[in-house]
Write a protein that binds this ligand. Structure first.
Ligand code: SAH
Length: 406
């Protein structure tokens, strides 16, 4: 068996359970011994305490997630030489690319997530396509090792002209990797690229914007807002560059008010509105802290027919859940008070630590305290190009509820 030639990692008694359930992470505390020398990112063969072979994974010496699994068997996965592993990665990229064409109407949208890390069986890799530009994030030792090969291959598969790296995410420090950003392949000017999402155009600043430049995970939910927005006065809180605002305008909103704390994001929002031919009298842009602005609207007696709350992650992990819950409750309670009767609230949480059930309870608690009757009329999640692997519930981070104040 090829695994004989590969350095071994042996787990402690009973610590093979999650691997047998095909969860892709091995935490440092689960490991009994590591056969040295093993380089960062190198592939190890994983064994249970009883020396049952469990699969192959990439070693990460300084991370709590000491190993991320490449496979849970060795069929078709002979690892030596390492070129064989690369072929497996290429096959997974090909497959993800094929599947995106099923998930997304590529004639209407030319921006999508091509690789969603663990959920596309390539742990630690994010690949976002923005028209002819691809933005990559290498967030684990395993993919860091094949950075150039992966960039070349994805460029070919997607027919990109430029591949840019945004490995400036903080999680890299947990892997003992420094943050890194810059051109990786091909020719590009670093200037914002114009993408089309369901026929709306957006400038995406992939060098300076948040994450890789745009929140692709909200694509389907923005369409839903578009469907409900006709004739309404809309408030888009945490608007960023206007993903929801522009969709509301496309849906025939009478007026949209966008609030964000970032001046850069709002400048981009204004450009996006102009690019799509909307006049400034349909759009009010406010640079402010949403927590304060909602109170100001209350004091001014402002009311809306449709409110969107898409805040940043309040609880990246379970530890911050209590504080996050207070934050969610506060903004939701305030927003409910600003809703006209029969008004709609599109409320989201992208906190991994806050599960759907808890989120719904928080919203219900906010309705109670606000003294309003609230219906839940729809549930939302991340768009289909951000799949959730059934063995990796951590990938299921975005939840949203469409509520109606009756
Ligand atoms: N709805 C957006 C994505 C929102 S991301 C879209 O569809 O593209 C979260 C946004 O919240 C960021 O733009 C960030 O600048 C903003 N933000 C973070 N904290 C804030 C606060 N306290 N008040 C207002 N905006 C805030």
């Amino acid at each position: 068996m090829s695994s004989d030639q590969t350095p071994k990692i042996i787990l402690k008694p009973g610590r093979d359970k999650s691997i047998l359930r095909r969860h892709p992470w091995i935490f440092s505390g689960a490991i009994k011994s590591i056969e040295e020398p093993l380089q960062p990112g190198e592939t190890a063969a994983i064994y249970s305490h009883q020396m049952d072979f469990l699969g192959f994974g990439a070693f990460s010496p300084s991370s709590q997630i000491r190993c991320r699994m490449w496979s849970f068997d060795d069929s078709g996965f002979e690892l030596l030489p390492e070129a064989k592993l690369l072929k497996t990665i290429y096959r997974r990229i090909d497959n993800a690319f094929r599947l995106r064409a099923e998930d997304i109407q590529l004639n209407k949208s030319n921006a999508y997530r091509l690789i969603h890390a663990e959920s596309d069986l390539i742990p630690g890799l994010i690949a976002d396509v923005y028209h002819d530009v691809v933005v990559l994030q290498f967030l684990s030792r395993g993919v860091e090792r094949f950075r150039d090969e992966i960039a070349d291959y994805i460029a070919q598969v997607t027919d990109a002209t430029f591949v840019y790296e945004r490995s400036d995410a903080e999680v890299r420090t947990l892997e003992g990797l420094s943050e890194r950003e810059g051109p990786l392949w091909g020719q590009g000017t670093n200037a914002p690229v114009i993408i089309t999402e369901n026929r709306v155009q957006f400038y995406v600043d992939y060098t300076g914007g948040h994450k890789t430049g745009f929140y692709l995970d909200q694509r389907e939910n923005r369409l839903k807002v578009r469907k409900y927005a006709g004739g309404k006065e809309v408030l888009d809180c945490f608007s960023y560059t206007g993903g929801f605002s522009l969709n509301a305008l496309f849906g025939g909103a009478q007026k949209v008010t966008a609030v964000d704390i970032s001046g850069d994001a709002l400048a981009r929002l204004q450009e996006n509105a102009t690019q799509n031919g909307f006049s400034s009298d349909q759009l009010e842009i406010i640079q402010a802290d949403v927590f304060k602005q909602l109170r100001l609207f209350r004091d001014q007696g402002r009311q809306f027919n449709l409110i969107i709350l898409d805040p940043p992650k309040f609880a990246p992990t379970r530890k911050q859940v209590q504080r996050a819950a207070r934050g969610y409750k506060d903004i939701n309670l305030m927003a409910m008070k600003l809703l006209r009767p029969n008004g709609l609230l599109f409320t989201f949480s992208c906190s991994g630590g806050v599960e759907q059930d808890l989120f719904q309870k928080i919203i219900a608690g906010a309705a109670l305290d606000a003294g309003v009757d609230l219906q839940f009329i729809d549930k939302m999640t991340q768009s289909s190009d951000h799949p959730v692997l059934s063995s990796f519930p951590e990938g299921d981070y975005l939840k949203g509820i469409v509520c109606r104040r009756v």
